[in-house]
Design a binder for this molecule. Sequence first.
Ligand code: NDP
Length: 253
Amino acid sequence: MSTLMGKTALVTGSSRGIGRATAVRLARDGALVAVHYTANKDAAEETVSAIRGGGGRAFAVRAELGVPGDVDELFAGLEAGLVEHTGATALDILVNNAGVMGGGSAQETTPELFDRLFAVNVKAPFFLIQRAMANLSEGGRIVNISSGLSRIASPGVVTYALTKGAVEHLAPHFAKLLAPRGITVNTVAPGVTRNDSPVFDNADAVAEMARMSAFDRVGEPEDVADVVAFLASPQGRWVTGAFLDATGGSLLG
Ligand code: NDP
């Protein structure tokens, strides 16, 4: 399929995990993809190489999110890469995927950790969308990655869950604002999804996490990437402001 031929995409946090799978899938669909990362340059370059090896087009962009100047730094690299590859700075697809999990329990969250989780998971996506509005083409696509945890009471990670509850609210507001330009804005909420965490090397832990899903397995990054790719495609044109449950049935109870 080459449904995204001639399109450009930025996937934040696409050196690894769900972001990498999304970058690979969008590139396979024909998009030129900006592979964003912060610390793991080798992983970002591996993603770019994997895309190029498959005949796709990609370049890496580094910027730490959640710190002053983050959006400007990211867009400086993004626009330089877009100009180099396309001669222009138009962006068709923005996937706000980068996020920090880690801690945030009801009893132990510190004000510093609270601020850090909100800075990366909520403030950065908000201002990335605000900044991207100047670059986004008619018919553009924005997808924000949340988590099924926003809908499951989880005292152990309450602060993380709060950030995901907040990020979900970007979709309806920006969807209404950007609909006149044909731009859709949606949320995709993964359930437990395999990433580099050592917990996925522990068979007992994986079996326990799998039980959360109606399909009795943990999600693979590609399970989520395929949902994002649908929203990013021309076929997703009539879906906006929506919350898509991509948890493999983990919210069914
Ligand atoms: P990973 O932990 O595998 O990768 C995180 C990515 O985000 C990396 O590319 C990392 O870059 C980047 N990143 C992290 N912090 C920052 C920062 N401060 N600034 C810039 N980039 C940053 O992610 P997952 O695939 O596990 O998760 C992706 C998204 O999905 C997140 O929003 C997460 O909350 C959500 N999610 C994940 C679930 C899961 O079970 N995995 C479940 C539900 C939701 P680098 O490689 O340079 O470190």
